[in-house]
Each structure stands twice: as structure tokens, then as C-alpha cells.
Design a binder for this molecule. Structure first.
Ligand code: CA
Length: 423
């Protein structure tokens, strides 16, 4: 643009100066143009006549061109200044004030936009939080209503305990008790009476229950004192798990004037029921670590796991897994015949040998089947290997005692309809 303007100006100056220079010369008439044609001088005269106007116009145009030229140069300078000052403003510590101000404003705008977006996000999250809380409150209100309905029913905080007492449950049944439930017994060797669950059947047999597993709600991973004193819950409807306690078991059996039979009842996860009976069952005193004694296996459908089991790994397996004559062991009181601690490994209390073939205080495994991975390498379930293998944990167990003379139901005794082993 610049070159074009200067070019145009140069041409105009050249024309103007040429015309002015020529106008000073006088016209020389030349007749050879003829009478009907204007002479050279006529043309010159005509030309001179218009010259002042042309000059005037030219001067005006020059002025205009110069003004435009000046304006263009100014605009160009501004553009150049802007172009040059931008990087300068970015680099120098004291940038152009306008640039600085506009940049700062822009940054503010961006910052505000970010803040707005962030706050919108926070609002969205808070709204969600409120909705979740409202839902939870609705659920809680519903639960509260359900609880109110439940609590409006009269609560039963007492248990009916029969006034009939005796030395054991058979004694109580002999005195006329016909229903299973909670009774106080006072064995000959006991200084105080204590509560037991009596399993009394229609044949008038009264079993005193020592141990009950049925749902895994009571942990059996306990130490010496709880196993001595007893733990779990006695309930009148046989709905809870418990361990009566070694001291009571010892009081019931060790110095009893009549020999006892131990009946073990087992239920697997298919609902099958089996049992094992042992004659002359008794539990020693605490000084002898509540040692297990029995005379022999009376029979039953579950096999004799207390006699040990040959797992096929070592011929000595059977001897080292027999339970008769074993002292009781708990994780904190190792009385087993193993270099290690069976009760600690299995997390239970039991008459451990090295270690067991029958283990009714083992860990409760829902569904029965478990693996070394589940148990930490040890067969620590509720085991009776003469029925199910040691990686199968039984669903329910009962250990109960009865005077051996009453174990077998004989004809003419009470209703007399059941035969031996009938459950
Ligand atoms: Ca040991």
C-alpha cells in the first residue's frame, strides 16, 4: 500500500511540473493546419484556459493523498507497535499497562468460570448426598415402624423353669417331668445346683445335654476358663448352642453312683442323622485336665471315631487320633500328645491326641465342605471321620448323657414302642 501511494504521488508531481514548465512558452502559429482546423495556438489557448482549474484539482488531490498517506503511516505504525509490544509485554517485567490490565481481566474471567464450574459440581454432589440421606432416613423410618410393631407385642424376658429338680435329667424324668426344657440339677458331687437342658422323650428317658451345635452362632474358639465354666446359651426350646462346662460334666459323671452312657447325635447338611453311643462315660477332675474315659463303644450308625482313624497316610494314624483317655486341651492349655498345639491349630477345646478323628467343638463351616485354604491347612471343622471325611464339617451335634440302664428302651418300659437306637 505504501509503495503504490508514493508511486502515484511521484507521477502526479511529474505531470504537474511538466505542464507548468510548458505553459510559460509563447505559441508559434503554424498555418499548415488549414483554415477549418484549430491552430496549434488555438489548442494551446484552450489548454491554458483550463489549466488553472486542473492545477487547483491537482493541488487538492495532492493534499488528499498526503493526508491519506499520513493516516496510513500512522495506522501502520500502530500495527507495528502492537505487533512488537505483544512479545515485549509478555517478556518484560513491566508490560504495557493496557495489555497487562486486559490479560489480568481475562485471567480473572477464566478463574471465575472455573470457580463457577467447581461450585456447580459441588452443588450437584451435595444434592446427591441429600437424596441419599433422604433415602436412608426413609429406610430408618420404615425399620423404626417395624420395631415399634415388634415391641408392641409383650416381651418375654423370663423363662419358665420347672420346679422339679434332681441329680440329673433322668432323675427329673423319673419324678414326673415329661417335657424337654430347662431344669436345675444337683449331682451328688456338686455343691450347688446348676441349670441344664433336659431332653425328655415319650419313653420317659431323660438325657442331660452337655454340648449342642446347630447354627454356628456361638463361637467355640475359647480358652481353658470358658471351657471349664461353660459358655453359649441354654434355651427352653433347644434353639441355641452351648458347652455346659467341663466342671459340671465332671460333677455329673466322675463320682456318680450310676454309670452313664454318652450319646452323640450328628446331623449333616442333607439332614441325615446318625449317632454313636459310649458306655461308662465319665470326665475326670480338673487336676487330671478333665480326662475323657469310656469303657467301650456301644454302637450306633455313625461309627466309632473316638477310637481313632487310619487316614492312609501313616499306620500310626489310628493310635494317634484315638480320644479315649485323652486330657482336655485348649489353645492356652496344651495337654495333647503332639509336639505342637492341636487346640491352638484348630482353634477349639477338645480331648486332643495328635490330633483327632472326632472333633465336635471345631469351627462351624456353613454348607459342610471346606478346604485347607479355608481353614489355614488344618482339618478344624466339626468332624466325625467314620461318617464324613475330615474336610466335611457337620451341621448339628449333640452330646448328652443318660444312665446306661436307661439308654435302651425295653418292652414294657413306659410306652415301650421304641427300639435301641431309635431317635
Ligand atoms: Ca502339644
Amino acid at each position: 500500500m505504501n509503495l503504490l501511494i508514493f508511486g502515484a504521488l511521484t507521477v502526479l508531481f511529474a505531470i504537474a511540473s511538466a505542464q507548468r514548465g510548458d505553459s510559460a512558452n509563447a505559441c508559434v502559429v503554424n498555418d499548415s493546419f488549414g483554415r477549418y482546423c484549430p491552430t496549434t495556438c488555438g489548442v494551446a489557448e484552450h489548454l491554458f484556459k483550463y489549466t488553472p482549474g486542473v492545477y487547483e484539482n491537482l493541488d487538492y488531490m495532492l493534499g488528499e493523498l498526503e493526508r491519506i498517506g499520513n493516516l496510513t503511516r500512522g495506522a501502520e505504525a500502530t500495527v507495528v507497535h502492537m505487533r512488537d509490544s505483544t512479545p515485549l509485554a509478555q517478556k518484560t517485567s513491566e508490560p504495557d499497562m493496557h495489555y497487562k490490565r486486559s490479560t489480568s481481566m481475562l485471567e480473572d474471567v477464566i478463574r471465575f468460570e472455573k470457580t463457577i464450574i467447581s461450585q456447580e459440581q459441588q452443588l450437584f454432589e451435595l444434592q446427591n448426598y441429600i437424596l441419599t440421606n433422604e433415602r436412608k432416613m426413609q429406610e430408618l423410618k420404615m425399620l423404626a415402624r417395624q420395631l415399634e410393631q415388634t415391641c408392641s407385642l409383650p416381651c418375654k424376658d423370663t423363662v419358665d423353669i420347672s420346679p422339679i429338680t434332681g441329680t440329673d435329667c433322668q432323675d427329673i424324668a423319673n419324678k414326673g417331668a415329661t417335657t424337654s426344657g430347662l431344669y436345675y440339677v444337683k449331682p451328688v458331687a456338686a455343691t450347688e445346683q446348676f441349670l441344664v437342658y433336659c431332653d425328655i422323650d415319650t419313653d420317659g428317658r431323660g438325657f442331660t445335654v452337655l454340648q449342642r451345635r446347630k447354627n454356628g452362632q456361638v463361637p467355640f474358639d475359647r480358652n481353658w476358663i470358658p471351657y471349664k465354666e461353660g459358655f453359649g446359651y441354654l434355651s427352653p426350646d433347644d434353639s441355641t448352642e452351648f458347652w455346659l462346662g467341663l466342671e459340671k460334666m465332671s460333677q455329673l459323671t466322675a463320682k456318680a453312683p450310676i454309670p452313664y452312657a454318652l450319646r452323640i447325635e450328628l446331623v449333616d447338611w442333607l439332614g441325615n442323622t446318625k449317632h454313636a453311643d459310649y458306655a461308662m462315660f465319665r470326665i475326670g477332675a480338673e487336676e487330671d485336665k478333665y480326662r475323657l474315659y469310656y469303657a467301650y463303644h456301644l454302637g450306633g450308625t455313625a461309627g466309632d471315631a473316638f477310637d481313632g482313624f487310619d487316614f492312609g497316610e501313616d499306620p500310626s494314624d489310628k493310635i494317634y487320633t484315638a480320644h479315649n483317655g485323652m486330657q482336655f486341651s485348649t489353645p492356652d492349655n496344651d495337654n495333647d500328645r503332639y509336639d505342637g498345639n492341636c487346640a491352638l491349630q484348630d482353634g477349639s477345646g477338645w480331648w486332643m491326641n495328635r490330633c483327632h478323628a472326632g472333633h465336635l467343638n471345631g469351627r462351624y463351616y456353613q454348607g459342610g465342605r471346606y478346604t485347607e485354604k479355608d481353614s489355614g491347612a488344618f482339618d478344624n471343622g466339626i468332624i466325625w471321620v467314620t461318617w464324613h471325611d475330615r474336610w466335611y464339617s457337620l451341621k448339628e451335634t449333640t452330646m448328652k448323657i443318660i444312665p446306661i440302664s436307661r439308654l435302651t428302651v425295653t418292652a414294657g418300659q413306659q410306652s415301650g414302642t421304641k427300639q435301641f437306637g431309635g431317635l
